[in-house]
Write a protein that binds this ligand. Structure first.
Ligand SMILES: C[S@@+](CC[C@H](N)C(=O)[O-])C[C@H]1O[C@@H](n2cnc3c(N)ncnc32)[C@H](O)[C@@H]1O
Length: 501
């Protein structure tokens, strides 16, 4: 056996030198302060043959608890209380005998040690957090929804759910019958499988969405929010597998309609992780507004192409540019440029700008006339354009945006109320060069999807009609401007087309 001298140097602490506690020598399980629970437990016990009034519990552990003393001192250390009951929300959570461990005259607490079994702290926490808080709240919600929301409307939500469930069951069956490498790696196969089901299922589901749209319009305004919460709670579990529904509902950037959603709406390859998720993604892309967010890019792209035909350098501003898909498509497809162009992207989201900058830079590099395109980006919000906080911001807005030949925007005015929209239009108009053009997109309401957007995913848009668009233009009070409204090819995205003389 090796002696001390031969022992290798230890790589850990020396056991003999480890120290114990210097303050609380005796181990006691951690106590849970009662005020950390949502509902405070109370305690009663028999004294002189009668139960005391409920005493507030101050803290608890598996082996004992502390209570508030009564006015008349009646408990002494060492005394055994035979019939003690602990209650939480009118439920008995522990019963047995306990010994008084401290009850000083001046103390603000009396300590009792359980001597007939332990208190299950986990059950207490389940009861407090899950049962009394969550379950009771949701049971109350069920009853209150039942009372407030019309039975016919709730039945409609159940039918909507059943239709989603039936599509999910079929897609899952398909997934089991199709080797995953066949569909998950082939954009074409995904689309093919989804199309097979969509073709039969969508007309029925669509009718159901139209029915929900009509039923919901009969709800009193005061009930709309309750109804939206109810619809989301019932439908989101079945819509979550869709990348677009889940992102719109979760709003990771704080608002629906971010640049990733626009990419998902425009992508060739369906992005659900399951075939059912892909079916829902396919459905969103085929909603009237799903088709409009693709089609409006071509309309905006045409407006950009027309501006490029000027026989001088042009400045084109995309406001709330997002992924700037229309500019990428344009740069990939237009014939060689004859004049230089400056493309200016403005968006509040830095990630959106980064994505658009990278994608447009690649497209510019591939063009032989790429040196004629200057790309600049402004990570600004419209509020900085309308109300710059200081002189620096004001100057920046003017330097970057002034003298624009075209300022266009899509997917922004759909979120602005009328006063803000008019104010922004006025600001933008003042930044136009002579003969400059504002081209501002706004979606119309579409009955096959706007209901689900509002009620299930809480993606609320300021839909407008043609008359609303003209009204916005008129309220700019630019008497010399020419104002028209045009549409994309789906008819669901209108553009307010304002030209400066
Ligand atoms: C629905 S997307 C539209 C993107 C792009 N125009 C399109 O049609 O594909 C809306 C964009 O507006 C941007 N946005 C939202 N609020 C904004 C604000 N207050 N100022 C500037 N951009 C904003 C978002 O970051 C997002 O990229």
């Amino acid at each position: 056996m090796a002696n001390d001298q031969q022992r290798p140097k230890s790589h850990g602490a020396e056991h003999a030198e480890l120290e114990g506690s210097h303050e609380a020598y005796r181990y006691r399980p951690a106590r849970q302060p009662a005020d950390q629970l949502a509902f405070r437990p109370v305690c009663r016990f028999k004294l002189n043959g009668h139960f005391t009034a409920a005493r507030e519990v101050l803290d608890l552990s598996p082996t004992g608890h502390a209570i508030v003393p009564s006015e008349r001192p009646s408990l002494r250390p060492g005394q055994v209380v035979d019939d003690l009951r602990l209650e939480h929300c009118n439920n008995e959570i522990w019963a047995g005998s306990a010994e008084v461990v401290y009850a000083d005259k001046d103390s603000e607490r009396i300590g009792l040690r359980f001597i007939s079994g332990q208190l299950n702290m986990r059950s207490l926490s389940f009861r407090d957090e899950l049962i009394e808080q969550r379950l009771v709240k949701s049971l109350y919600q069920v009853r209150s929804d039942e009372r407030l929301l019309p039975a016919e409307w709730r039945a409609g939500i159940s039918t909507t759910r059943h239709l989603l469930e039936s599509a999910k069951a079929i897609m899952e069956e398909m997934e089991r019958g199709e080797p995953s490498e066949n569909w998950s790696r082939s954009a074409r196969r995904k689309r093919e499988l989804c199309e097979m089901v969509y073709h039969k299922w969508w007309p029925v589901y669509r009718d159901q969405l139209l029915a929900m749209d009509s039923l919901s319009q009969q709800l009193p305004k005061a009930l709309r929010e309750t109804a939206m919460d109810y619809a989301a709670q019932e439908l989101m579990p079945l819509l979550r597998e869709c990348p677009m529904h889940s992102r719109a509902y979760d709003k990771p950037l704080g608002y629906a309609g971010d640049y990733v959603l626009m990419l998902q709406g425009n992508t060739e390859e369906l992005a659900g992780e399951t075939l059912y998720g892909c079916l829902l993604h396919h459905m969103v892309q085929n909603f009237e507004l799903g088709k409009a967010i693709v089609a409006r890019c071509y309309t905006a792209s045409d407006a950009v192409a027309q501006t490029l035909r000027k026989d001088r350098t042009t400045r084109i501003v995309s406001l709330a540019s997002g992924p700037a898909i229309e500019l990428r498509t344009l740069l990939e497809n237009i014939p060689p440029l004859e004049q230089p162009v400056e493309l200016i992207l403005v968006d509040v989201d830095e990630q959106a700008i980064q994505h658009a900058y990278d994608s447009l830079s690649r497209a510019i590099q591939k063009r032989e006339d790429g040196h004629l395109v200057r790309l600049s980006c402004l990570n600004f919000s419209i509020s900085q354009i309308m109300t710059p906080v200081d002189e620096d911001e004001r100057e920046l807005v003017h330097d970057v945006l002034e003298n624009a030949d075209l300022i266009y925007s899509m997917g922004l005015f759909d979120y602005l109320n009328r006063p803000v929209a008019v104010r922004l239009l006025r600001n933008l108009y003042s930044l136009l060069a002579p003969e400059g053009r504002l081209f501002i997109g706004n979606l119309k309401r579409a009955r096959d999807c706007s209901w689900a957007m509002d009620y299930a995913v809480h993606w609320h848009l300021a839909y407008r009609t043609e008359a609303d668009m003209i009204d916005l233009g008129t309220r700019m009070r630019e008497s010399e401007a020419s104002i028209e409204v045009t549409e994309d090819k789906t008819g669901y995205c209108m553009f307010l087309d304002v030209r400066r003389p």
